[in-house]
Design a protein around this ligand. Structure first.
Ligand SMILES: [Zn+2]
Ligand SMILES: [Zn+2]
Length: 133
């Protein structure tokens, strides 16, 4: 049986509810982060109201969050470590990405905007997007 978690799911403009969602398993290079805190940003409100053109529904919003690693498929993180999430994910292949300017990548994706984010009990996050503390 697949394990489930509570998550704030936005299915479209002004369509949101707390749902039971499959947790999923981290791929190589990812960790499963147990969310400890998540901030509510103004752009989260625009996603909920359908005014963010980048939001892809259905979506678990939340791009400002910290948590504890509960499963790791990356050698640089171990279970129990605390980390903050840098939510911007570049394609890794373009000039901007190679220069370290991931925010300028034309194929940029954000946790909580293009991909599921932190308004959930757990999030699968790429280890390179984690900042340990
Ligand atoms: Zn924000
Ligand atoms: Zn890129």
């Amino acid at each position: 049986m697949k394990r489930k978690m509570k998550a704030f799911v936005c299915r479209g403009p002004k369509q949101f509810s707390l749902e039971d969602v499959e947790i999923g398993e981290p791929e190589i290079g990812e960790v499963k982060l147990k969310v400890l805190y998540a901030g509510i940003c103004g752009s989260d409100l625009s996603i909920v109201h359908g005014r963010n053109p980048f939001a892809s529904y259905p979506l678990i919003p939340g791009h400002e969050f910290v948590g504890e690693v509960v499963e790791s498929k990356d050698a640089s993180f171990r279970v129990g470590q605390l980390a903050a999430v840098m939510p911007v994910v570049g394609c890794g292949e373009c000039e901007s990405c190679h220069l370290g300017n991931v925010n300028r990548c034309r194929k940029v994706k954000l946790y909580g905007v293009h991909m599921n984010g932190g308004f959930a009990e757990y999030v699968l996050v790429k280890a390179k997007n984690l900042i340990p503390f």
